[in-house]
Design a binder for this molecule. Sequence first.
Ligand SMILES: CC(C)(COP(=O)(O)OP(=O)(O)OC[C@H]1O[C@@H](n2cnc3c(N)ncnc32)[C@H](O)[C@@H]1OP(=O)(O)O)[C@@H](O)C(=O)NCCC(=O)NCCS
Length: 306
Amino acid sequence: MLPNTDELAEALLDLAVPHQDIDEAVRLSRHITSDTETLRILDTAVTDLVQDMGQLRGTTLDLPGLPDASSATARFFPLYVFVAALPHVWAHHQERGIPDDVSRHTLADVGRCVAWYRRWHGTGGLLIPEWLTLHFHGELYQLGRLQFQRTRIGRRTGASIAAAGLPQTPGEPALAVHVPDFMGPLTPQAVERSLALAQAFFTRHYPEETYSVATCASWLLDPQLKRRLPKDSNIVRFQERFHPVRPLTAPEAPEHLEDMEPVRFVFGTTDVPLDRLPRRTVLERAVLDHLREGGHWHVGRGWLEL
Ligand SMILES: CC(C)(COP(=O)(O)OP(=O)(O)OC[C@H]1O[C@@H](n2cnc3c(N)ncnc32)[C@H](O)[C@@H]1OP(=O)(O)O)[C@@H](O)C(=O)NCCC(=O)NCCS
């Protein structure tokens, strides 16, 4: 059930929803509470979202949406689903003894998805709601600069780990590392601190799962960035922490498939022609020049021992 408008505004503030979007989200919420069919869709979405709370689904969940997907209410609909699911995720956090600040920083990713939507589309809404289904299922936590997702070692990562002579095998627990944006630079000190926080956090709050490996799959790990960024840049230093995992090659993965990944994260849009995007920083220039010269970008994969 959705809270009333006063409580909804407070919940949105706690979820770090940008101030400029709160009024509209609160105003449109009456279309949810005044219509039985919409309320039924909301209830179904919340039930799906919180089912088997805390267990590993291992994947994000597609939430049901409203029939008229283009309406302003539909743009905000996932936001209402997450607010309505808050008591369930808080109960899980409480059961696991998760500190309030970790809970707050983790769920504040909701506001980041609202900020992304505005950056991309210029209006209010919530981008990639499926991403947040991990946070609202006890599968992902923000600890310092990084986010950590409870997951399992995959086949290719397992092969790389075995080649390095370590005992961990596919199917064993691993923490997938994610790098949220709007959080300042990715300094080596911030990464060290996050990794240390993660080890302590999961040992304490998920003691039945032993995490000795962290994995990462990101455009930030594309080794080609090394040729285009200064050696001491944070991105290059972040890459260097990880043992590389063999990339997929054509025909498994067509070359151009991941070209837009860095564009999406660096420029916040893939809708603007590349020659109209800004070239202020060394990374902006690197991303654009590489594509202009006929190169392709890839999602790099790697792992490190915790
Ligand atoms: C990851 C991130 C924090 C790294 O930023 P950083 O710590 O400043 O990285 P570096 O030190 O390697 O930066 C090197 C250069 O790239 C620039 N740069 C880094 N990230 C940038 C970004 N998102 N947009 C524009 N320029 C960026 C820096 O300003 C610097 O250039 P300059 O010397 O000309 O100023 C940043 O890129 C970011 O927030 N990205 C979005 C999140 C993301 O992509 N996550 C991974 C999702 S899979």
